[in-house]
Design a protein around this ligand. Structure first.
Ligand SMILES: [Zn+2]
Length: 94
């Protein structure tokens, strides 16, 4: 996710932190769950994370403080996130 403008602007690589859609700062959350540019690519990801919609930790396989010791990553959601990112081609090197 290091190619998103929200991060690139922080490290002075991009002139703006705004998404190309013009609606918001391009953060991981915006890219994964909110950006209108990628609505068509997002169906599977939203189905996999339905019970925890817009949960970045779930989508990226991270453990949260509220998770107990039996926690395991939801690999179905992680795979859906990876397929989403590949389908958008947003993270490819330019
Ligand atoms: Zn956007």
């Amino acid at each position: 996710m290091a190619r998103l403008n929200g991060y690139l602007n922080q490290i002075n690589v991009a002139e703006t932190d705004q998404c190309d859609c013009g609606q918001a700062r391009e953060t991981v959350e915006h890219f994964l769950f909110r950006c209108r540019k990628w609505t068509a690519h997002r169906t599977e990801l939203l189905q996999c994370t339905q019970a925890h919609r817009r949960n970045i930790s779930l989508a990226l396989g991270g453990k949260q403080p509220s998770d107990d010791q039996n926690w395991t990553p939801n690999l179905e959601a992680v795979r859906a996130s990876i397929r989403f990112a590949i389908a958008t081609r947003r993270l490819e090197a330019t």
